[in-house]
Design a protein around this ligand. Structure first.
Ligand SMILES: [Zn+2]
Length: 650
């Protein structure tokens, strides 16, 4: 379940995409049950993009529906007073609640760790955690609002976007692994300084970034993260040092900084430890594990704390230090837990916890908890972004996303959703997510590259599209290659990639001929037994089933053109309409595909190694007609180039 998120740009986007989407899709299965809720508020008029509410009457279901189906974020001025006794958020599963609210800032880099893992770990350690994609100053504004999703109707799973009065926070965790990520704005830095001055705790995590050629930053001094750190007298340099198996950035710090572990063997340079901090932490005896792991050697130039105003700041020279993944050794995991716990302790022990309800916004297997504060509407897309988003990425979204959208919608005609598409552009790079299990659906994109944005958009959009409905406007049948699944999303993603990268036009979609590298004759991997399961991962390696699927689909594209795919889905939705929940066998799925192409695909599927009960489909009845099928003359030879032309149905 745990997925290690790659921070380095060296990680191949497509590879990462496969990993990340699997994670988000698995997450759909985890549902938390929450009582039915109602929002007590009144519609006072639609002003611009938001539904503003100010009186004390209840919003009708029609008004709520009108809001989320038209892309509006509901706003309530006196949120608390106007809530029913039922909460709008699930209770955070905080173990032995300490009462401290932690803001996990993702507006400068969003990763699956900060999105999903860290909140869970903080909850388990007794802290409340709220992740945010909005610029920090907007979330810290005591009179401001955060865009969240509220549990309006848990029976029909309708969780509209709403403006929620900003929470109070005790600690902020902010981090960035690359100078290419979204900047810290002056307003954000000022807000964080004010936050600490008034008594809050702040964790700033970074890396040692080496100069990346002449185009790279000359040193870490120009890094936006360092602009924030500089205000507190700190800097992440481009030098590093390895301690406890972790590559830490060496930090340059003013004399107010001291080690997080007082009494360490390495004395702070230039200064004695801050007496206040020494007093606050002296009761904490060094963790034996840390001693064993060498963390007692953690000098102030890799992990440091200082008092600032009435608050404290911790700087940490490696943002992976507190991370843990399933693959890590038990020792490494324990070290990560111990470091996180230590940082949280030193930043909260002097504070009075915010306390109050545990019914706080949280991610619901998707984005959030707090979504970006700005928005735009175009091509039936509601686009959320933060004020520090990069202008060139915003331009890509506005200019090219509608082109990608129109391209896929033409090639995979599907019943339009009642609502616009909610598209969320996050900070940093490396993936995306799609929420399909509740409404309105949302699509998150985490990319620092224009092509990456379009690619992930294509992938996530396809995840929401079933293809043509049957004559009753419904979809039916559950195919063994999952409907709207990873292979499906990746297939249309590949076509979008080719739309914007002409050098891909003479290559097979997703370069699926790479199948021959691990299945040289194309007949060894049996998809009927080896599909998205552990046996497949063990024998062939993660994601290889999708490549083989793309190869098969590309061979079918080669012979019939791209219209067969939506036709196939239409045949499925039509053929199984009397039993819409029917789980098709591989034989039944290949029958659907054969009807769609008008030829018998069984011999081809057998040639590529698929175990099927039938060897041949000579005749089949569909919609009351008997159809006779010749054998599709497709051989297991390298597939041709991606097929981009428009589809024609019927
Ligand atoms: Zn996916």
């Amino acid at each position: 379940m745990a997925v290690h998120f790659g921070y380095r740009s060296a990680i191949n986007l497509q590879e990462l995409k496969l990993t990340t989407s699997k994670k988000s899709c698995q997450l759909y299965e985890m549902k938390r049950l929450i009582p039915f809720l109602a929002i007590l508020m009144l519609l006072c008029g639609c002003q611009g993009k938001n539904l503003k509410l100010s009186n004390s009457e209840k919003l009708t279901t029609e008004q709520i529906t009108a809001a989320w189906t038209s892309g509006k974020t509901i706003r309530v001025d006196n949120f608390k007073e106007k809530l029913s006794t039922r909460p709008l958020f699930a209770e955070q599963p905080v173990v032995a609640d300490k009462g401290y609210n932690v803001l996990i800032d993702m507006a400068h880099e969003c990763s699956f760790v900060t999105l999903w893992d860290l909140p869970e770990r903080l909850n388990k350690s007794g802290y409340r955690a709220i992740g945010s994609h909005a610029t920090v100053n907007t979330v810290l504004d005591s009179k401001g609002f955060s865009r969240v999703r509220v549990l309006y109707d848990t029976v029909n799973k309708i969780y509209p976007f709403a403006w929620w009065p900003n929470a109070k926070y005790d600690v902020i965790i902010t981090e960035q692994s690359t100078p290419k990520a979204q900047d810290y704005t002056d307003a954000e830095i000022a807000a964080m300084v004010q936050f600490v001055r008034k008594g809050g705790g702040l964790i700033i995590q970074g890396y040692a970034i080496r100069r990346a050629g002449p185009a790279g930053p000359p040193d870490n001094g120009e890094w936006s993260l360092n602009k924030l750190a500089a205000v507190f007298g700190g800097k992440f340099t481009d030098q590093d040092t390895t301690i406890s198996g972790i590559r830490w950035a060496k930090m340059k710090l003013s004399e107010e900084w001291s080690s997080v572990y007082p009494g360490t063997s390495v004395k702070p340079e230039n200064t004695s430890p801050n007496p206040l901090i020494a007093r606050a932490t002296e009761s904490t005896s060094p963790n034996p594990l840390l001693r064993k792991e060498g963390a007692r050697e953690l000098p102030r130039n890799v992990l440091a704390i200082r008092k600032f105003g009435r608050g404290r700041v911790v700087m940490c020279g490696n943002l992976s230090a507190i991370r843990r993944s399933g693959k890590d050794s038990e020792e490494r995991k324990a070290l990560a837990d111990s470091l996180l716990s230590k940082m949280m302790t030193v930043l909260t022990e002097f504070q009075k916890p915010v306390g109050g309800t545990l019914h706080l916004p949280q991610t619901m297997e998707g984005g959030g908890a707090i979504y970006p504060e700005l928005e735009d509407n175009f091509s039936n897309i509601v686009f959320y972004y933060a004020a520090n988003q990069k202008p060139e990425l915003l331009k890509t979204v506005k200019d090219d996303v509608p082109k990608a959208q129109a391209f896929i919608q033409q090639r995979l005609p599907s019943t339009p959703t009642a609502e616009p598409m909610y598209l969320i552009l996050c900070a940093g790079g490396g993936g995306g997510w799609a929420v399909n299990i509740y409404k309105p659906k949302e699509n998150g994109i985490i990319s620092l590259d224009g092509h990456g944005i379009l690619s992930i958009f294509g992938h996530e959009l396809a995840h929401t599209m079933f293809g043509p409905a049957n004559d009753e406007g419904k979809i039916a049948g559950i195919a063994p290659i999952p409907d709207r699944g990873e292979a499906h999303a990746g297939w249309f993603q590949g076509k979008v990639n080719a739309l914007f990268k002409p050098d891909l036009l003479d290559k097979a979609n997703r370069e699926c001929n790479s199948m021959f590298a691990y299945d040289p004759k194309g007949n060894a991997m049996d998809l009927a037994t080896c599909y998205e399961n552990e046996a497949m991962n063990q024998k062939w390696g993660y994601g290889k089933d999708w490549i083989k699927t793309w190869y098969i689909w590309q061979k079918i594209d080669d012979r019939y053109g791209p219209s067969w795919y939506p036709k196939w889905k239409w045949v499925q939705h039509t053929r199984w309409k009397d039993d819409p929940e029917h789980h098709l066998t591989w034989d039944e799925m290949v029958e659907d595909m054969s009807i769609a192409v008008g030829e018998d695909l069984f011999p081809f599927f057998i040639k590529v190694g698929t175990t099927l009960n039938k060897k041949r489909l000579e005749q089949i009845e569909f919609q009351g007609n008997k159809i006779t099928l010749r054998v599709a003359p497709i051989d297991v030879t390298p597939a041709g180039a991606v097929r981009m032309e428009e589809v024609v149905l019927r």
